[in-house]
Design a protein around this ligand. Sequence first.
Ligand code: FMN
Length: 306
Amino acid sequence: MANLKVKYLGTAFANPTVLASGVTGVTASTWKSVVRSGAGGITTKSIWLNEHKGHPNPTIITTEHWMMNAVGLPDAGLNKAVEEIAEYEKDKPAPLIASIVGGNEEEFIKIAEKMATLPIDILEINISCPNVEDEFGLPFACVATDAKRITQAVKKVAGNKPVVIKLSPNVTRITEIAEACAQGGADGFCLINTLGPGLYINLELRMPVLANKVGGISGPAIKPLAVKMVHDVYKATGLPIIGTGGVTTGKDALEMMMAGATLVGMGSAVYYRGIDVFRKVANEISEWCDKNGVKNVEEIIGTVKM
Ligand SMILES: Cc1cc2nc3c(=O)[nH]c(=O)nc-3n(C[C@H](O)[C@H](O)[C@H](O)COP(=O)(O)O)c2cc1C
């Protein structure tokens, strides 16, 4: 049996699959049940400083090839997250990546300062959500100088926590943004956040299906774009990557890793294959490795011949 263990920014993961931010519950007990379903690690839903309401329903559409969501980053705020992280720590079954989000630099700094004192393994900075633009304007991840400024500000207060920047696909040149974050001190990247926003119309009503009108696109259809962007950022920066976007099978995960990802995030896959998609994908990775003489899955990272 192939060894599926991977090390990411100093933390050991039992296998490369991690729950992507935002896709299932926000409590310690849900995170633990996702680990029981085979995930190598957990990313929390993006945590705000204060309670954040999100958008009205309907907020999610699922089709055969893609999903669209405008949940709008609802969250109970930092104090509640601190309680859940403490609860998870009691008998922590797998590494925890805390995703944080803010409307401005000061909010990012306040949350990161607190996170530096908590038992989390990695800090993920969500500067790339496309469906809160009406509240906050263009995401920081879409402008290189903004992305660098937030990275620098968070790094200054993050203590010994590795800082991973979550990048947006909604840019002309993602390598330019990644290089700016690397200059700002980023330790790694998670990419991609959702694509778009997109629009889906109900023909009979002649109205958008989502109450928010537009939403971020995820799921199988975005995978080729995500794989290409992971490859580009890996080549440009050499920093370790959590490859995310459309991964639903072991083969998808292996593609992400060959493109340069160390860990593989899965979100929409939970809707397509159920919560135990993590175990299914880990088993499929293992089978492929065994058939192809790969003893340690880490061997395949970044090995695509271009
Ligand atoms: C319902 C839903 C909620 C999400 N919430 C967050 C979030 O809170 N923070 C974040 O960084 N990304 C969020 N995302 C984006 C995912 O983490 C991921 O980057 C994206 O969906 C692409 O991966 P996937 O195709 O595996 O879903 C969300 C995605 C979905 C579908």
